[in-house]
Design a binder for this molecule. Structure first.
Ligand code: IMP
Length: 191
């Protein structure tokens, strides 16, 4: 089985591939314009983008939207993670947390929402959450985005110190795409 994934981010494609491979599903990246509305809900952002991608492509397609939510900052940057990454960056986020010297005060989670548009009105949503902590310093050079400052619960490494397969065991994206894989697998068995 093949699944079209509308994204310009090849890191996301590699992470989705690492998970969906186990379900016998091939990921085909497609470069449709990403229309990202500003909204407090990742679900709404992903669903909207999936609908637009379906209209452009004319075939079932997957879109994913994710965000980093930091407890001590009341969930900031959340749905604004991309803007915050581009503006203040990793150092800016570490600076915001410089007074939080205990790891427990640096609790955060990554959330990924994968939206599969089967038509313009039939959109399935799969969600994955990775609980963890914001590191005290930038560590590692793999991955992308906030990976060098995020330590998932159960590990001592940041995401940027893991290869794609290891990251996928812990990550929000790994979990959301596994949910998608299981759903597609069930649908195939019903046929
Ligand atoms: P988007 O889903 O591409 O809109 O991502 C929002 C922001 O979160 C971007 O700045 C990404 O770089 C960042 N981000 C999303 N997923 C991850 C991840 O798995 N690791 C690190 N940063 C991520």
């Amino acid at each position: 089985m093949e699944i079209f994934f509308a994204t310009n981010n090849m890191n996301k494609v590699r992470e989705a591939e690492a998970v969906l491979r186990d379900f016998g599903i091939k990921v085909v990246p497609v470069n449709v314009k990403k229309i990202e509305i500003q909204h407090d809900s990742l679900e709404e952002i992903a669903k909207y983008a999936a609908r637009i991608a379906y209209t452009e492509l004319g075939k079932p397609v997957v879109v994913e939207d994710s965000g980093l939510f930091i407890d001590s900052l009341n969930g900031f940057p959340g749905p604004y993670s991309s803007y915050v990454y581009k503006t203040i960056g990793l150092r800016g986020v570490l600076k915001l947390l410089e007074d939080y010297r205990e790891i427990e005060l640096r609790r955060a989670r990554f959330v990924a929402v994968v939206a599969l548009a089967l038509s313009e009105s039939d959109i399935k949503v799969f969600r994955g959450v990775a609980e963890g902590f914001i590191a005290f310093e930038i560590r590692g050079c793999k991955g992308f985005g906030y990976d060098p400052i995020f330590i998932p619960m159960g590990s001592t490494k940041t995401f940027a110190e893991m290869d794609v397969e290891e990251k996928g065991l812990y990550s929000h994206r790994g979990k959301a795409f596994r949910e998608l894989g299981e759903w597609l697998h069930r649908m195939q068995q019903r046929r």
